[in-house]
Design a protein around this ligand. Structure first.
Ligand code: HEC
Length: 141
């Protein structure tokens, strides 16, 4: 019994020393790998961050129709994939424009035949899709 107790004590003690040694190593690693900058999430108390609001405001502003067209819609409307009305082609756009801008925006948002909802960009805000429709329509008027 005694031997077992001693062994157990040794194990416990060596376990403790090992884990405190690990804790020191952890601290070292943490110090060396400390982030250069930290993200401050909205609603958190992040100290004095008067400048932190600027990038947030910039990134939440809706993109222009030009930008959205180039990154999302051009893939199909640039060349007429699957019968998409081609950008800048007045003949192809004329009958669609007759439907009225609200209908076109609605179809762009919700999808229309082979036209996927939001052109497939489900994360694009409605405002950006609207901007893109207006941009495409303005180019053929
Ligand atoms: C995957 C290909 C594809 C992408 C990407 C795409 N479209 Fe289309 N779009 C189509 C096709 C195909 C049609 C024609 C559908 C029809 O008339 O049956 C169409 C038609 C439209 C129409 C006319 C709808 C109508 O009622 O006549 C609008 C407006 C439109 N797209 C806007 C957009 C906008 C804005 C984007 C980008 C955000 C976009 N599309 C991205 C394929 C695409």
């Amino acid at each position: 019994m005694k031997i077992i107790n001693i062994l157990a004590t040794i194990l416990v003690l060596s376990g403790l020393t090992a884990s405190s040694a690990m804790a020191n190593v952890d601290d070292d690693i943490r110090a060396r790998t400390a982030p250069v900058a930290e993200v401050c999430v909205d609603g958190q108390d992040c100290g004095d961050i008067t400048t932190a609001a600027a990038p947030k405001a910039a990134s939440s502003a809706p993109r222009s129709g030009d930008e959205v067209y180039g990154s999302v819609c051009k893939a199909c409307h640039g060349s007429g994939v699957a019968g998409a009305p081609v950008f800048g082609n007045k003949d192809e756009w004329a009958p669609r424009i007759k439907k009225g801008i609200d209908t076109l925006v609605g179809h762009a948002l919700n999808g229309y035949n082979a036209m996927p909802a939001k052109g497939g960009c489900s994360s694009c805000p409605d405002e950006e899709i609207k901007n893109a429709v207006k941009y495409m329509v303005s180019e053929v008027q």
